[in-house]
Write a protein that binds this ligand. Structure first.
Ligand code: RM4
Ligand code: MN
Ligand code: MN
Length: 433
């Protein structure tokens, strides 16, 4: 069955549902517009900003993820990259802030990148950063990553991992990507297992080889993570290490912050500020967590933190209009329909962005200068506590999406229709992430 024969939500259905919702949305939007105008903020400008906001979808996010204890596939899961594209297109069709896909190699290695690019373009999608994978062994692989990849003690294993990343760049070039994200699982489980300095040195040396294969307009994102799967020491374990490595490599190397890759209670927004200050803030993987790298839906646990991260990013944009980090959702959907999680998560990330636009920077600076902590916090709260839902819904409406994306998706019966079209082939779409 080709994609043109498979079920897609029709634009007519979106229009019908939107027409029914439009009058109340307009009321809410106008009311909020009056409130914001009182604060000197133009709702039209904010809505335009919301329409311009984009976060990439991970190709692996449209399948059920799983934990290290198991995976419980849902019905109608995409069985290949083309069906994944179709689900991503559905997310984008309804929310209109997810126009790109971040591909994972080899989970979604295309046989023909040019064909994939064309199919994606046909669905209105482009490609964002490409993700390499040297944290699992693949069947065709000559050497094992059991004891590491880019930092392995054996030069042949390192070479294999370097070549894999170089292949990712080659595939990405054909897809129109302009960034490579490297996350490695390399680390040790026991004291003494790794020579800390030796392994970090090998990491930098291997990265240099990858860096030298980067086209001039590409960026290399280094993604740190404090633990897991290594439980005692991890080679790129924190933002400081990540910064040092990126600085060693050069201007095209930047740091990527995955919100789940920090110890509980770490002040992530301050890490973001540090990386911005020293010119190394490159990108984000959005998700939420309570304990570790939980990969829960964005904004589900710490929405205030998400807002505070965006507050730092908006501040950076004030100082430098060209500042544009890459945004991607990086979540594992275990108990929800992945499309529903991705739609609501994209909206929550967009909400954090829009709320941060409401911060009165002048007032905040005055309160900071006067050491007025209560008013400084109050200034942030005034932005965070504003319900910007009408702005988000209006942005979707004006961009051709659905006012009530989740409601419409459920009403369409998309998932059960995919259940009929995509009988399980027993294969795993994403695997345990
Ligand atoms: C890692 C990390 C990477 C992601 C994999 C699946 O924990 O977050 O970004 O590609 O998971
Ligand atoms: Mn990540
Ligand atoms: Mn992660």
């Amino acid at each position: 069955m080709t994609i043109s024969e498979t079920y897609r939500i029709s634009d007519d259905q979106i229009q019908d549902e939107n027409s029914a919702a439009q009058a109340s949305l307009q009321d809410d939007f106008d009311h909020l517009g009056v409130q914001l105008a009182r604060r000197g903020i133009s709702i039209e400008e904010i809505t335009r900003e919301a329409q311009g906001f984009a976060v990439a979808l991970p190709s692996w996010g449209v399948g059920t993820g799983g934990t290290r204890f198991g995976r419980f596939p849902g019905i109608g899961e995409p069985r290949n990259i083309f069906e994944k594209l179709e689900d991503c297109a559905t997310v984008q069709q309804l929310v209109r802030c997810t126009p790109t896909i971040s591909l994972h190699i080899p989970w979604d290695r295309p046989d023909d990148p040019a064909e994939l690019r064309e199919r994606a373009a046909h669905l209105g999608l482009g490609f964002d950063a490409i993700n390499s994978n040297t944290f699992q062994d693949q069947p065709e692989q000559a050497r094992s990553y059991r004891f590491g990849s880019l930092t392995h003690t054996d030069a042949a294993v390192r070479q294999q991992a370097i070549e894999h990343n170089q292949e990712c760049i080659a595939v990405g070039k054909q897809l129109g990507s302009t960034a490579l994200t490297v996350w490695i699982a390399d680390g040790g489980n026991f004291p003494g297992q790794l020579d800390f300095r030796g392994s970090l040195g090998r990491y930098i040396d291997s990265l240099r080889e990858i860096y030298s294969a980067l086209p001039g307009d590409w960026r290399l994102f280094l993604e740190h993570k404090f633990f897991e799967p290594a439980f005692y020491s991890t080679v790129n374990n924190d933002w400081g290490t990540s910064y040092l490595c990126a600085a060693e490599l050069g201007d095209q190397a930047l740091c990527l912050v995955d919100l789940g890759h920090h110890a509980p209670n770490v002040n992530i927004e301050m890490i973001v500020a540090r990386l911005i200050q020293f010119g190394k803030m490159g990108g984000f993987h959005f998700n939420d967590s309570k304990y570790g790298d939980d990969d829960l839906d964005s904004g589900s646990i710490h929405p205030f933190q998400l807002f505070l991260v965006f507050h730092e990013l908006i501040g950076a944009r004030h100082d430098d209009a060209s500042f544009a980090p890459a945004y991607m959702l990086d979540q594992s959907h275990n108990v929800t329909d992945p499309i529903e999680s991705l739609m609501t998560s994209a909206t929550e990330v967009q909400r954090g962005f829009v709320q941060a636009l409401l911060v009165d920077h002048e007032a905040l600076a005055e309160h900071q200068a006067a050491n007025d902590a209560i008013m400084a916090l109050g200034t942030l709260r005034a932005a965070y506590q504003c319900d910007v839902s009408p702005v988000l819904a209006m942005a979707r409406l004006r961009s051709g999406g659905a006012v009530d994306a989740l409601g419409l998706y459920r009403k369409s019966g998309y998932r059960s229709k995919k259940g009929g079209e995509r009988p399980s082939d027993g294969g795993s779409s994403a695997g345990v992430v």
